[in-house]
Design a protein around this ligand. Sequence first.
Ligand code: SF4
Length: 333
Amino acid sequence: MSFSLAFQIKNLINKGIELPDDMLLSIYEASGSTLMELFSLALELKEKYAGKKVNFCSIISAKTGICSEDCAFCGQSAIAGKKGKKIKVNTLLSVSEIVEAAKIAKNNGANEFSIVTSGTSINNENELSIIANAVKRIKEEVGITPCASLGLMKYEHLLYLKNCGLEVFHHNIETSSDFFPKICSTHSFADNTRTVKSAKKAGLKVCSGVIIGMGESRLDRIRMAKEIKELDVDNIPVNFLNPIQGTPLENTEELTPMECLKTLAIFRFVNPVKNILAQGGREYNLRQLQPLALMAGANGLLLGNYLLTSGRNPSLDMELINDLGLEKAGYVK
Ligand code: SF4
């Protein structure tokens, strides 16, 4: 008697045994009822971990443009800046501007709000102090989980932000360690994991994920899911490349919606008790299948606009979770 792929995966997860790469790779070949059984398992694991709650995170680009790094996917990189589409460049927003954006995010339905800055890191103590003050006011006045994504960071600065009330720090590993040199030469995969580890050491919850669709192999995606598992972070955003004009990835082949959904399911199977978030590029890549992200392992969505591209109207996502019988997560202090 042969057991189904979903049955074999569930059995290994229940026994705490690492899922073999070839078993995970075969998910990409699944279709029809075999695929539905896999999505059903991803949903079962998600519900066991997160119930009906959907995490909604919103971001603000608190500092845009002017980056010396060369991340191939990014419209703010040094190399995109030379031939890319013109982006509005600003200095760091004021504390009040950041707090106002957090209020709007909360009114739109977000339970988490991330202050995102471009660049290798934040530049000086003045910027750190603006972010710290914004975090304090967001906690006191808005009641939404404050998160920050500030590039590569020292432990001491992360500890300072934690002591000012920061709850979550975001820093993506972006892709697998093997593929990383193909998308960035100015910093390393190890630099990214060092920042993730420093944030954990500072007592922050950590959000660290990937971008798929940058030309990596399916095996690279499985490696990413496993490398994230090793880092043992709290939230795992899975972004889908929306190619930006003027970047080296501007002509990258599109993902299919099914490829994206299968990748979300793989991330859930490898990381069954984590927040798996379907983030940037979901409109562009999932298209009409966006609701299925929440049936294929994800328990969170990025709400509203991205850093350089527009997201969809938040009211559509509120309607989406109502229609699916799900609820938005609340703010837990
Ligand atoms: S470090 Fe951040 S802002 Fe700079 S190029 Fe990379 S992703 Fe873009």
